[in-house]
Design a protein around this ligand. Structure first.
Ligand SMILES: *Cc1c(COP(=O)(O)O)cnc(C)c1O
Length: 484
């Protein structure tokens, strides 16, 4: 899983770090907690047990794991995290670092630049997308206490939950013929929302909601816009490559707040989310008076602008390090609207598909299109819709065309793929339950004999999936033996 080159470097780097921080390397650490007596036999026994327990996880690192939105972090992120963890900085306050806090501020600047937000935008990392969205919804409530927050029916389930936590009403937006949210259709009798949440990359099917249509409506009606791009955010990097529809992404820079999860498509271990606000004055909502933290510096402490207190400084350091390696400057220039930064545009367009993170996202996107083509060509499956990012959904061909028959067959295929004896035939997929309201539009040929239909789903979020698709199609073919 982890290439030896990374593991080999760790020992040496730990040694260097220890020397730089002034510990006598020959004596090792004198910290009491490291010297708690350990029975080496017991340790080895416990370690064996640990490895056994860990090995029971699904093999997220394999190409044939093409199920949920999961993958191991990049080894570079692992290496930076492992080193940083020996110090264990806390990014709540500069007292808890402070370098990790500086690195977080730098990395947030990069993400602000990536989205095209103005330089003065306020942002910070969080433990997850859920917490990042909670902060955005909390600010939404504070700014418009009398108006609901609106989300689409495909929005992440946690928005509704956080509405409960905040004791603030969350309404569902009406949809157009394509199943996409259209706030212009809100019943005129209904109060307008104070903020609409637009999801760029829904968790279920990877749909990109039409921000370019919603934003002008919102501006006209004095409604704020929050973008939940927890999963989809990094696709902004390839918006100029012709691989995705650039229109919704062009409006990203003009919204009020954005959430992006580096632990989804940013190569990071859990937990690393981000929230960014266009208007830095929302920082006033976070004000608090802690009697025991902010002492070492009069500079802004991250805890003064975030909901959480303790937060892993190592997460910020790992992201900082990863983006140093995989987010080429040229790509950021190519996304810039500023003419003086556009000068490297041709280099940038090339970098956008041949290097670092953009290349990874491009390959994931291409893998999704390739799987879609294979499913279109197959007599044993039908795609549910053309993927918009790197999530593909499809149904098995069944003798009886009904929700119940398709659901049963989907579950069988899922199970068979996971349980296959040999490595050569294993395939880990996931399932998605489509509600009848969506299924009648997407799968009109199926008889609606129950409330929802279970379809097969793959999140192709590893670049190596691109080369694996022909083999994946063969395994899929064998998994549907057509006897139902
Ligand atoms: C994953 C996801 C979330 C939740 O983020 P966590 O990091 O899992 O807490 C929110 N919104 C969308 C669109 C997501 O894909």
């Amino acid at each position: 899983m982890l290439p030896d080159e990374y593991i080999d470097r760790l020992q040496d780097l730990l040694e260097q770090l220890r020397r730089k921080m002034g510990s006598d390397s020959s004596a090792g650490s004198d910290a009491q907690s490291y010297n708690l007596p350990v029975h080496w036999e017991k340790l080895d026994e416990a370690l064996n047990n640990l490895v056994e327990r860990l090995s029971r996880h699904y093999p997220f690192h394999e190409s044939f794991y093409a199920g949920q939105m999961l993958k191991p972090p990049h080894p570079a992120a692992w290496l930076a995290y492992a080193l940083a963890m020996t110090i264990n900085p806390n990014n709540h306050a500069l007292d808890g670092g402070p370098e990790a806090s500086f690195m977080e501020k730098e990395v947030v600047r990069l993400l602000v630049q990536m989205t095209g937000f103005p330089d003065q935008a306020l942002g910070h990392l969080t433990s997850s997308g859920t917490i990042a969205n909670l902060e955005a919804l909390w600010v939404a409530r504070e700014l418009h206490p009398d108006r609901p927050i609106a989300v689409s029916n495909q929005a992440h389930y946690t928005h509704q939950r956080m509405g409960q936590v905040l004791r603030h009403p969350v309404m569902i937006l009406p949809v157009d013929e394509d199943g996409l949210p259209d706030p212009a259709r809100i019943d005129p009798e209904h109060p307008l929302p104070g903020t609409v949440v637009v999801t760029l990359g829904t968790t279920g099917q990877g749909r990109v909601e039409p921000l370019h249509r919603i934003l002008p409506w919102a501006r006209k009606n004095h409604v704020r816009v929050h973008v939940d791009a927890a999963y989809g955010g990094f696709f902004h990097l390839i918006r100029n490559t012709g691989l995705i529809d650039p229109e919704p992404w062009k409006s990203l820079k003009d919204v009020d707040s954005i959430v992006i999860d580096p632990h989804k498509h940013g190569l990071q271990p859990y937990g690393c989310g981000t929230v960014m606000f266009r208007d830095p004055s929302v920082g006033r909502f976070y004000q608090h008076d802690s009697p025991y933290t902010y002492f070492t510096s009069g500079d802004m402490h991250l805890g003064e602008i975030s909901l959480e207190c303790s937060r892993a400084g190592s997460a910020a350091i790992a992201l900082w390090f990863t983006l140093q390696l995989f987010l080429p400057d040229a790509v950021l220039y190519s996304l810039s609207e500023k003419p003086e930064e556009k000068k490297d545009a041709s280099v940038a367009d090339e970098a956008a598909t041949t290097a670092g993170l953009p290349q990874i996202l491009a390959n994931c996107r291409k893998a999704a299109l390739r799987l879609y083509d294979a499913l279109e060509a197959s007599d044993r499956y039908h795609p549910v819709m053309r993927p918009e990012l790197d999530i593909v959904t499809w149904i098995p061909a069944t003798r009886v065309n009904s929700y119940s028959a398709v659901s049963k067959k989907s579950e069988e295929i899922l199970r068979r793929g996971m349980d296959a004896e040999s490595r050569e035939s294993k395939l880990y997929l996931s399932a998605l339950s489509l509600d009848q309201s969506d299924a009648v539009r997407l799968l009109p040929e199926l008889k609606a004999d129950q409330q929802s239909v279970k379809v097969l789903r793959s999140v192709l979020m590893k670049p190596e999936h691109l080369g694996f698709i022909p083999e994946m199609a063969r395994r899929l073919h064998r998994l549907n033996d057509r006897t139902d």
